[in-house]
Design a protein around this ligand. Sequence first.
Ligand SMILES: *[C@@H]1O[C@H](CO)[C@@H](O)[C@H](O)[C@H]1NC(C)=O
Length: 534
Amino acid sequence: MHRSLRSRFRNLSPRDAILILLGAASMHIYSSFSYHLQDSPSIIFNTHLSSQDSLHNIPRPAPSVLLDAFHPPQPRKPPSPPSPSVPNLGHEIPQTELVSHAPGWTIFRNLYMADGTLFIVTSNPDSFPSVDFMTSTGLPADSTPESIAERMPTSRDMSVITPEEAHWRWGGQSERGHNNVFPVEGSTLLFNDPGQFLNHYYHFCAELLFGAWAFWHGTFRGASSTAPIPPFTRAIFPHATAEEWRDGPGMNFFFLRSAWPSLTVETEPDWLDRVSTTAPHPGGHHGRAWWFDTLLLADRSAAFRGPECGERTQRTAASAVKAVASREGGTGFLERGWWEPVRLNVLRFAGVSEDMLEIGKRAFKRTSNGSPKTGGVEEVVVTYVSRQAVKRHLVAEDHEGLVDALTEMCDRRGWELNIVAMERLSKEEQLAIAARTTFLVGVHGNGLTHLIMMPITPISMVIELFTPEGFAHDYEWTTRSLGMKHIAIWNDTSRSHPEVTNPNYPEGFQGEQIPVHGPYVAELIEDRADGFLP
Ligand SMILES: *[C@@H]1O[C@H](CO)[C@@H](O)[C@H](O)[C@H]1NC(C)=O
């Protein structure tokens, strides 16, 4: 528990603080599944310390990594795809390759689909992970044994077949016959989840797309630090209609369209077109199949079958990040800045100025130039996301007390304070605030999803308020995976990684009587800004 932080940390040298932080950050790396990534040094979160680093207490990527992280590929010049031209499918059925895998996240080359079944064509089936770590039936999830059982995949969902069987199914019938295999070119994201977990800003943007980008970026960047990252061509939602992947406030479509403007979307009816057109003909005529060039299959139920998501974080994206992140002496996270290309696209689309988009870059530069005051951040911005008008919120007086404490602190320090009810702001207004927020404060809830739009600086922190004893990993894991600090608050106590807190939903978790001691929250923010809370 963090009590009297100033006294606890005041006597530490910056060097001690670095060691504490690095110790805290080192995690056991789960590595049962990894393909083509083991020997790659290029995606290590760089914790090399130069002499300048001792001026501040946050590990910082080496300059080349930093530069790279903040100079993402320009959206208007997409890198060329690495895959060769379309094979001559009329005459060959190339075998499926496993490019990268973590439970719930699998990138294939040459994957096939016919009549609703995904086909892996291989003469070496043992080189593929078990099907239940790749896919599921895609049915809605609850935690009953029945629901768990009905989400186990069958051979209708995915089958592993030999090249001979593929030829028997889809091959030309005579010497001069033509295979019935038709190309779906480019990079496909196949999101196998039901609408249940799509129509929500957090699950869609901060979990599904977040995990997809982490896995994609980590896989292709991991293969070679100069390799281009292939652009996404299409996203397919086989179990969701056009309405079902969109959320009420409209963040999901705004985010998807702005992050990847050229991406096309297919939903359930489109997928059913592809299914019915490849159904076997009556009378024994050979069937057709679709060939997918490069395909990322994401499946929530499969991710939960793996330890990183199922046992530790309950975050599907954590499975993806863990698998592609550093394996030697790192933090288990990707290099800082991995999310920046996506974030910048969304914020530029929302009209955020270039000057504001450089807050993180400037902060690290100022810090490395010996200006560690408030972590190099020129203008500290505190944003309190108020949920008082919606369910799950603070005791009324405690909300007032928090507002008073934050106001007093920001007045005294000359910091910007935003007290926002997100539901009253336009998407552009919400994103503009998130884009400059150094400290994001709020009760556990979807408003905190905007943390994925915060500038990453040496002091950036998310302060999540829970009812006593309550905890969930949603925002905690997500914050840390971006290289920021997360602190969980229970009234006047707090805890932060690596202190372990298990998920818990006690009575009152969703209630309207969540207590918080405002002055305590303000003190933590000042401690962090002043370098007393590493
Ligand atoms: C919250 O903390 C304050 C300050 O320590 C204390 O006075 C108050 O009783 C606490 N509230 C609850 C519900 O524990």
